[in-house]
Design a protein around this ligand. Structure first.
Ligand code: CMP
Length: 355
């Protein structure tokens, strides 16, 4: 569609592009019908009747965007040419909205803007205050010398917006000393206001990510028995220190001899421990590993790799030491298992069959 707007395109290319757009329009139309049909299958509509589910989906954001994407088809049926007639082209341009539905980060952005609405509104108000004061000052100082550019407040506001956003088209430039002073202050304020906005959004993003990670970890922690006996307060402290990591199968998590900087809990999947004796041990959901290097302050005693796609909870060494000193029961359970494993490894090294 963008290419079609270029004048002087060879007729063959123009026709090929038209057919391509026509094919896409049909595809989106079919997609809309299929999505509408399968809407009752979506988990969140399980409780409602099929008709209500379809109606609710049609009124949801994906439904409305999907509907807009089908508009070019109806316009064509009503006699408009799909490209060439401006109105139909504009609706084709709305197809770009479908991209937004498939970018989860946009949902995060919407949540961040909603969470941070108070500081964002504060920054916008600040922006507006600086804008109006600067435009008024420039209007007073410059209108004598440049009546067309600064003769009215709206035209002075245009200059102020261009300057405050640090765009600087250069179409309107203050010429009096006072006007230039106002311009300088405005430019510096512009940089500061944009920096504050960037800071607000960046903090919002990182807080949102931390919140989501926290919820993810809560879900995973329930599957690790060693945490089951802990009270909610203790558990919530630990959850704040754990990080989730997803690994495909056959990925080496640690190698024998590496320095140990963290320990891992398996919340789903399975790992294989390759022992120095040559044997292997499988660890499943709820088990932990990597504790021996932290307890003994020694290099890793074995190589551990995933045997299946696995979700691990990672606890960094410094957090492990802190938690171990505050929750002796947890430290004891980990130490006992480490002791058992050490003995097992010694036995295996000595070649004795394990009881
Ligand atoms: P670490 O020595 O830090 O790194 C390798 C890990 O493999 C080790 O901690 C244990 O968590 C784990 N491991 C070592 N030996 C055994 C064993 N016999 N059974 C289960 N896990 C083991």
């Amino acid at each position: 569609m963008i290419l079609l707007s270029i004048d002087g395109l060879p007729p063959d290319t123009r026709n090929a592009l038209r057919y391509a757009i026509w094919a896409v329009a049909n595809l989106f139309f079919i997609e809309y019908l299929v999505r509408l049909w399968v809407a009752p299958e979506e988990g969140r509509y399980r409780e409602t009747s099929s008709t209500m589910a379809r109606l609710q989906w049609a009124m949801s954001l994906p439904g409305l965007v999907g509907l807009l994407a089908t508009v070019p088809i109806f316009m064509w049926l009503a006699g408009y040419r799909i490209v060439g007639a401006d109105a139909a082209s504009i609706f084709c341009a709305l197809w770009i909205l479908k991209l937004g539905l498939h970018a989860p980060a946009l949902g995060t952005l919407a949540r961040v803007v909603s969470n941070e609405r108070a500081p964002i509104a504060g920054v916008l108000v600040l922006f507006f205050i600086v804008l109006v004061i600067a435009a008024t000052a420039a209007h007073m100082l410059e209108r004598g010398r440049q009546p067309e550019a600064f003769g009215s407040l709206p035209s002075a506001l245009w200059w102020a917006v261009v300057t405050l956003t640090t765009t600087g088209y250069g179409d309107v430039v203050p010429v009096t000393v006072g006007g230039r002073l106002v311009g300088s202050v405005l430019m510096i304020s512009g940089i500061s206001v944009l920096a504050i906005m960037t800071g607000v959004l960046a903090t919002g993003f990182s807080q949102e990510e931390r919140r989501r990670e926290y919820l993810r970890v809560w879900e995973q922690v329930a599957r690790v028995p060693i945490f089951a006996a802990l009270g909610v307060v203790t558990l919530s402290e630990i959850v704040g220190k754990l990080r989730t990591r997803y690994y495909p199968s056959h990925v080496t998590i640690m190698r024998r001899g590496d320095p140990g900087d963290s320990m891992f809990f398996i919340s789903s999947g399975e790992c294989e421990v390759r022992l120095p004796s040559g044997g292997t041990v499988r660890l499943g959901e709820g088990a932990f590993f990597g504790e021996m290097a932290l307890l003994e302050r020694q290099p890793r005693s074995a190589t551990v790799a995933t045997a299946r796609p696995t979700t691990l909870l990672v606890l960094y060494a410094s957090d492990f030491y802190e938690i171990a000193s505050r929750i002796p029961a947890l430290a004891e359970a980990v130490e006992m298992e480490a002791k058992r494993r050490r003995e097992e490894n010694l036995e295996r090294m000595a070649g004795e069959p394990r009881r």
